[in-house]
Design a protein around this ligand. Structure first.
Ligand code: ZN
Ligand code: ZN
Length: 77
Protein backbone atom coordinates (compact mmCIF):
# COMPACT_ATOMS: atom_id res chain seq x y z
CA UNK A 1 0.00 0.00 0.00
CA UNK A 2 1.28 3.43 -0.82
CA UNK A 3 -0.24 6.87 -0.80
CA UNK A 4 -0.60 8.98 -3.93
CA UNK A 5 1.42 12.15 -3.49
CA UNK A 6 -1.08 14.21 -5.50
CA UNK A 7 -4.49 13.30 -4.09
CA UNK A 8 -3.49 11.33 -0.99
CA UNK A 9 -5.44 8.24 -2.01
CA UNK A 10 -4.20 5.07 -0.31
CA UNK A 11 -4.45 2.52 -3.08
CA UNK A 12 -3.16 -1.04 -3.36
CA UNK A 13 -2.42 -0.65 -7.07
CA UNK A 14 -0.33 2.47 -6.73
CA UNK A 15 2.86 2.74 -8.78
CA UNK A 16 6.14 4.58 -8.64
CA UNK A 17 7.69 6.85 -11.23
CA UNK A 18 11.36 7.79 -11.04
CA UNK A 19 12.10 11.13 -12.67
CA UNK A 20 15.54 12.69 -12.49
CA UNK A 21 16.46 10.27 -9.69
CA UNK A 22 13.45 11.23 -7.57
CA UNK A 23 10.81 8.67 -6.79
CA UNK A 24 7.16 9.65 -6.98
CA UNK A 25 4.19 7.53 -5.96
CA UNK A 26 0.79 7.79 -7.64
CA UNK A 27 -2.50 5.94 -7.64
CA UNK A 28 -3.36 6.82 -11.23
CA UNK A 29 -1.85 8.12 -14.43
CA UNK A 30 -4.07 11.14 -14.12
CA UNK A 31 -2.30 12.10 -10.90
CA UNK A 32 1.11 11.26 -12.37
CA UNK A 33 0.42 13.50 -15.38
CA UNK A 34 -0.84 16.25 -13.08
CA UNK A 35 2.42 16.16 -11.11
CA UNK A 36 5.02 15.38 -13.76
CA UNK A 37 3.90 16.27 -17.28
CA UNK A 38 5.45 19.43 -18.71
CA UNK A 39 3.21 22.26 -19.90
CA UNK A 40 3.07 23.68 -23.40
CA UNK A 41 4.78 27.10 -23.40
CA UNK A 42 2.06 28.49 -25.68
CA UNK A 43 -1.35 27.08 -24.73
CA UNK A 44 -0.38 25.82 -21.24
CA UNK A 45 -1.93 22.40 -21.72
CA UNK A 46 -0.33 19.27 -20.30
CA UNK A 47 2.00 17.54 -22.70
CA UNK A 48 1.15 13.89 -22.42
CA UNK A 49 2.42 12.77 -25.79
CA UNK A 50 5.87 13.33 -27.20
CA UNK A 51 5.39 17.04 -27.63
CA UNK A 52 7.77 19.26 -29.53
CA UNK A 53 10.96 20.72 -28.12
CA UNK A 54 12.50 23.85 -29.61
CA UNK A 55 15.33 25.89 -28.11
CA UNK A 56 14.88 24.09 -24.79
CA UNK A 57 11.16 24.93 -24.58
CA UNK A 58 8.40 22.34 -24.73
CA UNK A 59 5.28 22.68 -26.85
CA UNK A 60 2.38 20.30 -27.25
CA UNK A 61 2.43 20.51 -31.03
CA UNK A 62 4.12 22.17 -33.99
CA UNK A 63 1.24 24.65 -34.26
CA UNK A 64 1.95 26.05 -30.78
CA UNK A 65 5.68 26.20 -31.48
CA UNK A 66 4.90 28.15 -34.66
CA UNK A 67 2.66 30.56 -32.73
CA UNK A 68 5.65 31.33 -30.51
CA UNK A 69 7.78 32.10 -33.53
CA UNK A 70 9.49 28.75 -33.86
CA UNK A 71 9.56 27.63 -37.45
CA UNK A 72 11.08 24.58 -39.10
CA UNK A 73 9.05 22.20 -36.93
CA UNK A 74 6.28 20.13 -38.38
CA UNK A 75 4.01 17.58 -36.82
CA UNK A 76 4.90 14.18 -38.09
CA UNK A 77 2.28 13.17 -40.57
ZN1 ZN B 1 -3.86 10.37 -6.90
ZN1 ZN C 1 0.11 23.91 -27.04
Amino acid sequence: MAQCEVCGNDYDKSFDVVLNGQQHTFDSFECAIHALAPRCAHCNCRIVGHGVEANGTMYCCAHCAGEEGVSAIKDRA
